[in-house]
Design a protein around this ligand. Structure first.
Ligand code: PNW
Length: 482
């Protein structure tokens, strides 16, 4: 099933798995936790499939010792997790020490197991109280974020070396405030642009603050990237469609962080939608505060076309997003994603390992390499229609195949010069997949949501071998190469 020669990775390459607080912790009311925007959003009928929410999830808040033991069994050298801001500031302003203590226990447990903690401050669960004060479209939220970062550093700075400010600000801004398919579910294009800028500003300010406190920390942020292709590359309008989406989803975030400016063509596309009072003097310098690591989340390629005229009715019927719904692509609402008929995961996302090597090389060459910023794949993985056998075991060959091919793509990028220091599979556990609730399973470990029983799938065993040996084994036909 897996194909190709054996490949070996550098001895200090980080082998990890990733999760996020709201997706796994549960314990929604424990120890003074406040509400997040996802608690509120999940209660709105129709927003999350089957009305699912994160109030119980994988109950990781209570089961973390067993989850850390599992990481150790799987030979993971690192674990990427996020903190729930509303556990720590339930009302957005007042410190709740009991909430912070949970993460201190978790970090101790990880260190005792020899697993390096890779901490993300914000993976989408904004305190509801801060949304009520205006949320990310308000500049003040960026300042609250810095206070939060400093408080977490006070508690964990002695034990955590790797700090990520934000996970995927594109999702927070454009799925949350423009498309309305993520919390807080607003559909206001200009608010989404304000949110994007304030997320980046919060990232820059927090990076400055953490750097000032301890210059030895490894600091960065994680962005989601999709390798974007025009449906019909022979037409100028599809080429323009691809440029627009690459601009808004990819370059709009990576360029201010690494080059200190928003891409001019995207500002052009936005025209009057771009609020003239949004960017204050000095903001872009703050946003471009040097980082050590750019986290790369990669799942799929996407194919786009401009509009859906009648001659493309067949394509339109298969398109991923109905274009009469609010679009995340502010200023480029006429651009729609389409499927080309190549294999997709259970999310309907086009599987394309080559897109990952192309992306890593592009980031290295255009953005991170010249500044000595390291790359780490902070998420990669696939949802699959996992069915346990009578003994409860999931033989998820499709996921093994996906991971094998994407790790080969990472290896390829490294051998061609990209500085990639690690790889985190998404996800350690089946978990709450946002608007899809518990219907999509990304875990290498199965979670039975009735019993909370964890069962490693075939992919977990495969990944444990890779993480333990630093080697992807071949199909036996070829000799190992490096
Ligand atoms: C990422 N999109 O989310 C997140 O970081 C994870 O929390 C999540 O579980 C994982 O990928 C799988 O979905 C994304 O619509 C959600 O383009 C949606 C999109 C991209 C990333």
């Amino acid at each position: 099933m897996t194909a190709g020669p054996s490949l070996s990775f550098p001895p200090d390459f980080l082998w990890g798995a990733a999760t996020a607080s709201y997706q796994i912790e549960g314990a929604g009311a424990a120890d003074g936790r406040g509400e997040s925007i996802w608690d509120t959003f999940a209660r709105v009928p129709g927003k999350v499939l089957h009305g699912h929410d994160g109030s119980v999830a994988c109950d990781h808040y209570h089961l973390y010792p067993q989850d850390v033991a599992l990481m150790r069994e799987l030979n993971l050298s690192a674990y990427r997790f996020s903190l729930a801001w509303p556990r720590i500031f339930p009302d957005g302003r007042t410190l709740n020490r009991a909430g912070l203590d949970f993460y201190s226990r978790l970090v101790d447990e990880l260190l005792a197991a020899g697993v390096t903690p890779w901490l993300t401050l914000y993976h989408w669960d904004l305190p509801q109280a801060l949304e009520e004060a205006g949320g990310w479209p308000e500049r003040d939220t960026a300042l609250r974020f810095v206070d939060y970062a400093a408080t977490v550093h006070d508690a964990l700075g002695d034990r955590v070396h790797y700090w990520t400010t934000l996970n995927e600000p594109w999702c927070s801004a454009f799925l949350g405030y423009a498309a309305g398919v993520h919390a807080p579910g607003r559909t206001e294009p200009q608010a989404a642009l304000r949110a994007a800028h304030h997320l980046l500003l919060g990232h820059g300010l927090a990076t400055q603050e953490l750097r000032r406190r301890d210059p030895s920390l490894s600091l960065g942020l994680t962005l989601n990237f999709t390798d974007t292709h025009p449906l019909d590359p022979a037409t100028e309008r599809d080429q323009d469609a691809a440029r627009r989406i690459d601009g808004l989803a990819n370059r709009f975030f990576v360029e201010p962080v690494t080059l200190g400016a928003y891409p001019a063509d995207v500002l052009d596309d936005l025209g009057d939608l771009w609020p003239q009072d949004l960017v204050h003097d000095g903001d872009l310098e703050v946003i471009a505060t040097p980082i050590d690591v750019l986290g790369v989340n990669y799942y799929a390629t996407q194919t786009v076309t401009a509009g859906c005229p009648p001659e493309r009715a067949a394509v339109a019927a298969a398109q991923a997003r109905r274009h009469d719904l609010p679009s995340p692509s502010v200023g480029s609402e006429h651009v729609v994603g389409v499927r080309r008929g190549i294999p997709v995961s259970d999310m309907g996302w086009e599987i394309s390992p080559d897109g990952l090597s192309d992306l890593l090389l592009r980031l290295h060459k255009d953005y991170t390499g010249p500044q000595g910023v390291r790359l780490v794949v902070t998420e990669n993985g696939a949802a699959a229609d996992d069915r346990p056998d009578a003994a409860g075991f999931v033989d998820d060959r499709d996921r093994v195949d996906y991971l094998d091919k994407h790790l080969r793509a990472v290896h390829d990028a490294v051998s061609r010069g990209a500085d990639v220091d690690g790889y985190f599979v998404w996800s350690l556990l089946d978990n709450f997949e946002w608007a899809w609730g518990y219907t999509k399973r990304f875990g290498i470990v199965r979670v039975d949501y009735d019993t909370q029983e964890r069962t490693p799938k075939a992919s977990a065993r495969w990944y444990a071998d890779v993480a333990g040996s630093g080697l992807i084994s071949g199909n036996g036909a070829q000799a190992p190469t490096t």
